[in-house]
Design a protein around this ligand. Structure first.
Ligand code: FAD
Length: 596
């Protein structure tokens, strides 16, 4: 019997088999070719121009974007009938991943091909799609997305930009101000969110640069991604033809949130390319720089850093493609049930909102870690504006802020998970109940199998129990108040995030070993061993924080004992594991742990 597909959030309360996950080692020839094309494009057009872009050379960014359009790279996710490449979800993530190595260009690319184009693809009527999509796919038109306002950031629905119908009923007249608009300085088409009359919720509109009443502020002076255009956009009696309303009245906030789901998972892919490049730059430097008459790459402290960089990037990559394939499968399922392609995409992405938020947080924090250690490996040179790693360090920081700050996204993870559990959409509560009963009779130390993969599966099962236990404890102790106890929501989000990431990697390494039969599997087992150990510690610490904050001292020992039990792993020699990983990287002199 075919196993029921895993639904969003279900990873917490259901087991997954390694055969049921997609891993990067399974990319098709065609997908690898697309990755190569993106890579070639970056090398030819972007990497050599990073400094010119950073100095904001007039017209350079739109020119490179248009070249990407001529090569078909802007329309990877746009269906062929609208002039795009019509690729599936996994392939579009792969393109975002590789393009992520393009610093500020990757932000402009993502804004155009994601939030700048997809609202029209997913919510536009046929006429709107025919009018805009082919030209957005070819780069003839460039896109931007205007949600944020000076007074409405995380609380996006509180915006005050207003739309009223003109007396002749032919135009929406928009007044208001948007800020932090990526590609704003040169885009031709803007998806703009505004409230009609005194509505409580937003509606959406397609606004062209040439419309009467739209104007633009000066370029913002930013910490990083300096090459990307970021401006304020002003609407002063801006006349938008009524046929340019996107979706139904009041549907704007839903559009904004759904597009953000996509933006989040795309960001999770984007940071892979960026971090792999940061690792390559770091190891190349470490393989050249000598101190104490030795290459610094020979020092264990530097090897430790290089290995940690690799482990986290690998972990992120695994997780992104697991989610991407889940979403792709859900899209196909919805289409087979008769849903329109756009609706199917939106619904599938919404189903995996927890995973999208989780990978946005994990990925952005992973990249910050990788570039920070990259600077450290470069020593003083890392602080010099002449090195690539300095730009990467500055460019990385924005990822924790846009597409929903990491604070907001952490709350999306745990809050949505709890709500899904309460609504019985997933079996969270019955599974948590079983753990609750089990902890009464726990043995002092868990026993583990001698078989490598079985043992790792047992760790994952226990991490799930730890997370379920603390989730249930929080619900019991806080009730409805949990929504405002943000520290606890953060503890739960960290446990869920780490669990999902490490489970994805356990499944990947098992599949690589048993199905792909990778000859150098020991290296990947080293990655998994360190990740498993580090995850156990993060899950333990987050759980402990919660227990100490929400229980009385007299009841704490039972929960602490259970948490310790469920986060135990059999230790391996972590120094050797990290050195093996670093030695391979040092030998290859580039990131070499994936097949693309
Ligand atoms: C370079 C750049 C490019 C951008 N591009 C675009 C774009 O193209 N289009 C667009 O529409 N927007 C864009 N943005 C805006 C971006 O999405 C917002 O900056 C972001 O959503 C955060 O909003 P804010 O800056 O108003 O911060 P605020 O919402 O004021 O947040 C400030 C702090 O408070 C925290 N906080 C807020 N609410 C809560 C809460 N309920 N609980 C706990 N903590 C909370 C936040 O996490 C953050 O730490 C861009 C921003 C930048 C900097």
């Amino acid at each position: 019997m075919e196993a029921k597909a895993l639904q969003g959030g279900e990873f917490l309360c259901r087991k997954t088999n390694s055969n049921d996950v997609f891993i990067p080692e399974e990319f098709s020839e065609e997908q690898l070719m697309i990755a190569q094309t993106c890579n070639d494009f970056l090398n030819a057009e972007v990497i050599q121009n990073v400094n010119r872009l950073d100095e904001h050379e007039e017209g350079l960014m739109p020119q490179i974007l248009k070249k990407a359009g001529e090569m078909g790279l802007l329309g990877v996710s746009i269906p062929e009938e609208y002039g795009g490449f019509g690729q599936n979800f996994v392939t579009s993530m792969l393109a975002s991943d590789v393009m992520g190595a393009g610093n500020a260009f990757s932000v402009a690319f993502s804004a155009h091909s994601g939030i700048g184009s997809l609202p029209i693809l997913y919510y536009g009527n046929e006429e709107q799609k025919q009018k805009y999509l082919p030209r957005l796919a070819s780069g003839e038109l460039l896109g931007a997305y205007c949600l944020t306002e000076p007074g409405a950031g995380s609380d996006a629905n509180s915006g005050t930009t207003k739309a009223v119908l003109s007396e002749d009923g032919k135009h929406w007249i928009i007044n208001g101000q948007k800020m932090w608009i990526t590609n704003g300085g040169f885009a031709d088409v803007y998806t703009v969110f505004a409230k009609i009359d005194n509505d409580r919720v937003l509606s959406a509109f397609i606004v062209e640069r040439g419309f009467e009443g739209i104007s633009f502020g000066a370029e913002e002076h930013k910490m990083g991604i300096k090459g990307s255009s970021t401006v304020q956009v002003f609407f002063n009696d801006c006349k938008v033809p009524v046929e340019n309303q996107l979706g139904k009245r009041g549907e704007g906030f839903r559009i904004a949130l759904n597009i953000l789901n996509l933006g989040r998972i795309k960001l999770g892919a984007n940071v892979i390319g960026a971090s792999k490049r940061a690792i390559t730059v770091s190891v190349m430097y470490a393989n050249e720089r000598k101190q104490f008459r030795s290459l610094i790459s020979s020092f264990p402290a530097i090897k430790f850093k290089l290995a940690e960089q690799v482990i986290r990037v690998f972990a992120n990559e695994t997780t992104v493609y697991r989610i991407s394939k889940n979403i792709e499968d859900a899209v196909e399922m919805y289409i087979s049930q008769g849903l329109d392609k756009g609706v199917a995409n939106v619904d599938a992405q919404r189903d995996f909102a927890i995973e999208a938020a989780l990978i946005k947080v994990y990925g952005s924090e992973m990249l910050d870690f990788v570039v920070d250690e990259g600077v450290q490996i470069h020593g003083g040179m890392g602080f010099s504006a002449e090195t690539e790693i300095e730009t990467m360090y500055r460019d990385s920081r924005i990822n924790r802020i846009f597409e929903g700050t990491n604070e907001i996204n952490r709350m999306v993870v745990s809050d949505t998970m709890i709500k899904k559990g309460m609504k019985k959409a997933i079996d969270l509560l019955p599974e948590a109940e079983k753990v609750w009963a089990e902890i009464e009779n726990l043995q002092e130390t868990p026993t583990f199998s001698d078989d490598y993969h079985t043992r790792n599966q047992q760790y994952i099962e226990n991490f799930k129990k730890a997370t379920l236990l603390i989730t249930k404890l929080s619900i019991e102790k806080l009730g409805k108040k949990i929504e405002t106890e943000q520290e606890i929501l953060f503890n739960l989000a960290d446990m869920m995030m780490q669990l999902y990431v490490v489970e994805s990697n356990q499944l990947r390494v098992e599949k690589m070993d048993k199905v792909i039969k990778k000859h150098d599997i020991d290296l990947y087992k080293d990655i998994l061993d360190v990740l498993m150990y580090e995850s156990s510690q993060i899950i333990y610490k987050a759980g402990l924080d919660a227990i100490f904050s929400i229980t009385e001292e007299s009841e704490q020992s039972k929960f602490v004992k259970a948490l310790l039990h469920y986060t135990k792993v059999k230790p391996v020699n972590y120094i050797n594991a990290r050195r093996n990983i670093a030695n391979k990287l040092i030998e290859e002199n580039r990131y070499c742990f994936s097949n693309y």
